[in-house]
Design a binder for this molecule. Sequence first.
Ligand code: CA2
Length: 150
Amino acid sequence: MSSIMVLNGPNLNLLGTREPETYGHETLADVEILCRDAAKQLGHDIEFHQSNHEGELIELIHDAGRRVKTGEMLGVVFNPAAYTHTSIALQDAIKGANVPVVEVHISNVHTRETFRHHSYISSAAIGIVVGMGVYGYVLGIQGLVHKQQK
Ligand code: CA2
């Protein structure tokens, strides 16, 4: 059984504690349960991470790339949070590690401030889910499995 990495960027540890009108009431622990259930139904395990550090996210993507190569991992469902709009390093990591990534955003970034309209991650992603609330993680997992499963 190959696993799926669910990766969360900076400040997503605060999910459910503030700005519920934008991000909803679910906590990151709730999201983890949602992801585990969705993956289990499709026959996969989840490895769930959150980091506030760009370098740590890069290391995790490199690790995922190595494990995709051995067949141990299917790919990554990634909410890069604010690094979406700033990080060429994360784009390079995804391209360099050759890892299938589905980019997920809880909010609809396109109805928000213009600085949120551009993503450095999208050009390296196999798919994007935006504005579906935390259910977007489930859609991301389903999309990854349907695109990558041989
Ligand atoms: O909509 C998303 O999922 C975002 O990736 C969330 C990021 C934001 O910078 C992106 O533009 C869109 C923010 C994550 C911080 O999450 C918080 C949640 C609750 C309270 C404070 C921050």
